[in-house]
Ligand binder design. Sequence first.
Ligand code: ADP
Ligand code: MG
Length: 702
Amino acid sequence: MDPIINAVLKPKSIAVIGASTNPDKIGYKVVENLKNCGYQGAVYPINLEAHEIMGYKCYPSIKDVPYVVDAAVITVPAKIVPKVVQESGEKGVKGLSIISSGFSEVGDHALEDEVVRIAHEYGMRIIGPNIIGVLSNSDKMNASFTNFLPLEGKAALVSQSGALLIAMDAATYTRRVGFDKMISIGNQADLDFADLIAYLNEDENTSCITLYIEGIKDGPRFMEEARKCTKPIIALKAGTSAHGAAAAASHTGSLAGSAKVYEAAFEQAGVAQAEDLNDMFDTTLALSLQPTMKGDNLLIVTNGGGVGVLATDAAEKFGLPLKFAPEDVQAELRKHMPSFGSAKNPVDITGGAGLEGYYEGVKYSYAHPWVDGMVVLYCETSVTDPQEIAEAIYNAKNESGASGKPIAVSFIGGDRCEAAMKWLIEHDIPTYDAPDLAVKAMASLRKQDDMLKTAHNGLYKPTDVDSDLARKIIAGARAKGRDALTEVEAKNVFRAYGLPVTPTVLAHSEDEAVQLAEKIGFPVVMKIVSPDILHKSDAGAVKVNIKNEQGVRDAWKVIMENSLAYKADAEIDGVAVQEMAPWATEVIVGSVNDATFGPTVMFGLGGIFVEVMKDVTFKVAPIDEATALDMQSEIKSSKILEGARGESPRDQKALANVLAHYSFMVYDLKDEIAESDANPVIVYENGQGVAVVDARIILTKK
Ligand code: ADP
Ligand code: MG
């Protein structure tokens, strides 16, 4: 655990620089909140004139405090911040929360940089500036200007929005979702999401981490820390940025979009993405209170057929479809229900079910090894008391002899149900007022289990690559003043990264083209090689299925003519002569560099699937073969690869190998490649491999 971050989040002593005697000022509020919420450490208000504030002795400067100060909370106007940060450093303060605003959020990056520079000179770390402050129930510390600590619980919130943090702080009481910590991180001038994930992963009072994100500063580092984190992380991402659109100069670029890349990055790093604020609360409730679900067997117990059906629908919708319970489970459950009940799954113990029905039903099912997780539903009836049912469920689980499986509950009814649900949450059982929400919570616990497993795999790194060779080819093109590689060069780079490109050679004359074609063997394909013509078929400069010498000679003339007609002053290297790959399913593999997460991989089927349907999927590079297989099943037209309408299945394994190697290439060469694609890649029947017939690489600006 980083001792400096610990000093800001768990200080034994706090100086409030800019403490005020005026109750309207933030500098007063912070002192008042520390006092009123019961902070046990020392508090030193810093104020030039006052002698005491709220009973704490004041000092004119932090340097006058005669004791050790762990953290300084700074509330002075922005332009004085560098001065007090300097003094804090001289005093030996370990860390700073800078509440003051007026920095990069209003365009003053220089002032913000200056403050960070001074802090780092003294080894101090900063939360903020432009924050609400830091709140922690376990330390009864409210070092902020929002009035109260959140409802006690085990989640930790890190929020980039201050207003939202204040609102959520209040909402924890009505939503019944408890938090131990709420941390406002504002401009993230120094400590950012990644730092706080690393810290909270080791914090004993945090069981899950909830993030409200507007923008991540360093995508790869965020992903690295999220992957290392063994606790669930839930992120609500607001706003899609414009830089995805800026990259839309190329085909691949126009399909990218930073929202999609964020989505992929979260998934790859094992972060659950919340759809909206409600979902963020609901998911936090489940992930903060319950263990992950280790298998797919969800059992639903209900006293109402209707909510049972709703829950069953939800289970399918959220990817956790119900299965019938095994015979022995059914036989045992039947003993505790009327003959007209159903023990299948959902287990309908009927509206007549009372305490005994719930207690025995839950106790037996929860302990049964077949069951991986449970949802218990209750519809208010005139013959049962919701509070008693709640207690029966809780006791049954505790007395079942089993543990480590998640459970979620939904009560549907009036005030009495509300009270019983509150009680259940206080006893660590996530409870929702709709059956589908309880099922959705369970699905997120299931997904979390999968994500935590795969996210921990190290970054994919193939061994059969020759990056020196690739860099030499790129350096050669740069030496000629080019910002894009020709197809021949790009294919050589691809080949150096283990990609199966069709053999392609450059002919400088018609006669040479004939010789090379004869050497490769007919039929061949011929294409213009010119740094000025990147979309070759648009220029009429691709000729396929050339069968003999005369064909080569004809093609040469047509390609030259068309190319010069397309661009009269085009610089022409010659004509590429290449093996003609037999036709099969065409797919496109591409990459752009995302401003936040770096190189990405895009995959989709060729032709109208990409152009019209925009049926593509993205990942952050690099990806391993398992993730590459996931990409193939993620697209809507995945059936075509799996073998639709009597077609034999495509070689998805070979394609996965290509995607993984390609992803490593764009990752490894991220300083050199701005954008690239393999369009098309031809995918053959299972076992027959793939062929990359076109390659494009656009270089980074240097
Ligand atoms: P462009 O620069 O227009 O993308 P391509 O190299 O992709 O040019 O060629 C256009 C089309 O010609 C491809 O989509 C593919 O269908 C076909 N093609 C290109 N090269 C080959 C090849 N070596 N074997 C078979 N078909 C090819
Ligand atoms: Mg192409």
